[in-house]
Design a protein around this ligand. Structure first.
Ligand code: ATP
Length: 213
C-alpha cells in the first residue's frame, strides 16, 4: 500500500501554493492520498483570522473533486490545543503499519525544533519538506545534523519504511502566502488566480478577510 501524505496547516486561507505542492507530491512520491488537515487551535501561532469551520469549509471546497485529495478534520474536532506530535500519534494508531509522510514547507521545517516533542515525530512519520521561495535548507545546527542522519533522495525509502526519513522536494515554487493574501483582500483587491474560484467565492460571500490582523 502506498504512503499516505498528511498536509497540516492553518489554511487561513488555502491557496494554490498549498494545492500545487500537494498535487506534485501526490504524483511524484506515488502517495495513495494527501490528507489536508486544518489546524484547530495551533499552540505556536496567533489565533487565526477565519474561524475553524470556515477554514475547513474552504479546504473542502478547494479539494473537492480532485482524486487523491482527502480532508481530515480531526484537529478541528479535537478539544483544546493540538500539537502535531499528538495528531501524528492518532494517525499512527489508525494506520499502524502504513508509511505516513508529513508534508511541510521549508519555513515550517526550519521551525521544527520549536515544536512540542519534535524529536519524537520521526518515530511516527517521514517528513517531506517542500521548498518555498525565500527559504533555504538548513546546513548546520540540529536540523542540519538531522538531515545528514535522516535525509534521503530515494522515493522508495518512503515506501519501504513506515517512518523515519526526511525527503526534500524541489518542485514548482509559488510565492503565495496566506498572510500576503489576507493583506491583499483587506486592501480591497481581488484574489482571483491565487486560489480556486470556489474558495474565492466563500471569501467574497462571508467577507472574512475584509479586515485583517
Ligand atoms: P502564513 O503566510 O500565514 O504563514 P501559509 O501560506 O504559510 O500561511 P499555512 O497554512 O501556515 O499557510 O501553511 C501550511 C503548510 O503549507 C506549511 O507547512 C507551509 O510551509 C506550507 N506552505 C504554505 N504556502 C506554501 C507555498 N506557497 N509553497 C509550499 N508550501 C507552502
Amino acid at each position: 500500500m502506498n504512503p499516505i501524505g498528511i498536509f497540516g496547516g492553518t489554511f487561513d486561507p488555502i491557496h494554490f501554493g498549498h494545492l500545487r505542492t500537494a498535487f506534485e507530491l501526490l504524483q511524484e512520491l506515488r502517495l495513495a492520498e494527501v490528507r489536508f488537515m486544518p489546524a484547530g487551535n495551533p499552540p505556536h501561532r496567533e489565533a487565526t483570522v477565519a474561524n475553524s469551520e470556515l477554514r475547513l469549509q474552504m479546504v473542502q471546497a478547494a479539494t473537492q473533486g480532485q482524486p487523491g485529495f482527502v480532508v481530515d478534520d480531526r484537529e478541528i474536532r479535537r478539544e483544546g490545543l493540538s500539537y502535531s506530535v499528538d495528531t501524528m500519534r492518532t494517525l499512527r494508531a489508525d494506520f499502524p503499519d502504513r508509511s505516513l509522510c508529513l508534508i511541510v514547507g521549508m519555513d515550517a521545517f526550519l521551525g521544527l525544533p520549536k515544536w512540542h516533542q519534535w524529536r519524537d515525530l520521526l518515530e511516527l512519520v517521514h517528513v517531506v519538506v517542500a521548498h518555498r521561495p525565500g527559504w533555504r535548507a538548513p546546513t548546520s545546527g540540529p536540523l542540519g545534523e538531522l538531515l545528514v542522519d535522516r535525509g534521503t533522495g530515494r522515493i522508495n525509502d518512503l515506501h519501504e519504511a513506515p517512518a523515519g526519513c526526511i525527503f526534500i522536494h524541489a518542485g514548482t515554487q509559488l510565492e503565495i502566502s496566506s498572510t500576503e493574501f489576507r493583506k491583499l483582500v483587506a486592501a480591497g483587491r481581488d484574489p482571483r488566480f491565487l486560489m480556486p474560484d470556489a474558495v474565492r467565492s466563500i471569501i467574497q460571500q462571508t467577507g472574512c478577510y475584509r479586515s485583517t490582523r
